[in-house]
Design a protein. Structure first.
Length: 214
């Protein structure tokens, strides 16, 4: 009877011991899998891309089209301003031929002042409106570029995509030169990580397809 109880007790201890071994084995397996996953990530390496923003903006067809439209708008504003200036010059010449103190001269001088104020007001309006259009369209382009970069980054599992800009160092004073050098973010990169041309191609393709649909 004692032997049976002792055997039963030892059996329970054995089961507990086997359970502990199984638990430890599972933990070890989980740890090994985690290490393996980390080693795989390390082996894959950091996937980095470089994008030259200046080149993208320069070669994006939508920007060329927008630039042409804005320049045309600027020409129209300038033409109106020039016409108003010519009108003032002509009116001033007329005033100079009138007698001082005459009623006709007084009226023309009032007209001149009013038209001169209108010219100044229109010139400020034209400048403000044009600057807003340039700002809005540039912000829109920048958002499009960022969206395309993000799409490629997620689709092709990039860990990091860095902005690259090549500043013009030949012009300006020492302060401007220091500023340009200070904002340069990439000093060297392999051509293999440069995805600028792909960004440009993708943007131009989408813009071409959108233009055909209009």
């Amino acid at each position: 009877m004692k032997r049976e109880k002792a055997f039963e007790k030892n059996s329970k201890k054995g089961k507990v011991f086997l359970g502990l071994i199984a638990s430890v084995a599972c933990l070890c397996l989980f740890s090994l899998n985690s290490v393996h996953a980390k080693e795989s990530d390390t082996a894959r390496g950091l996937k980095v891309g470089i994008v030259d923003l200046n080149s993208v903006f320069e070669k994006y067809e939508k920007r060329k089209s927008a630039d042409a439209q804005l320049k045309e708008q600027e020409k129209q504003y300038q033409k109106t301003i020039n016409d108003k200036k010519k009108e003032l010059v002509s009116l001033n010449e007329k005033i100079q031929l009138l007698d001082l103190g005459s009623e006709a001269r007084r009226k023309d001088e009032e007209t001149f002042e009013r038209k001169n104020m209108e010219l100044e007001s229109y010139a400020k309006f034209a400048e403000k409106n044009l600057m807003k259009k340039y700002k809005d369209y540039f912000e829109g382009l920048y958002k499009e570029v960022c969206k395309e970069v993000e799409a490629i980054g997620k689709r092709e599992q990039y860990d990091l995509i860095i902005k690259k800009e090549e500043p013009e160092l030949q012009s300006g004073g020492i302060s401007e030169l220091q500023f340009k050098v200070g904002i340069k973010t990439v000093l060297y990169h392999s051509e293999a990580v440069d995805i600028t041309s792909r960004i440009i191609d993708n943007l131009n393709k989408k813009y071409s397809e959108a233009s055909k649909g209009k």
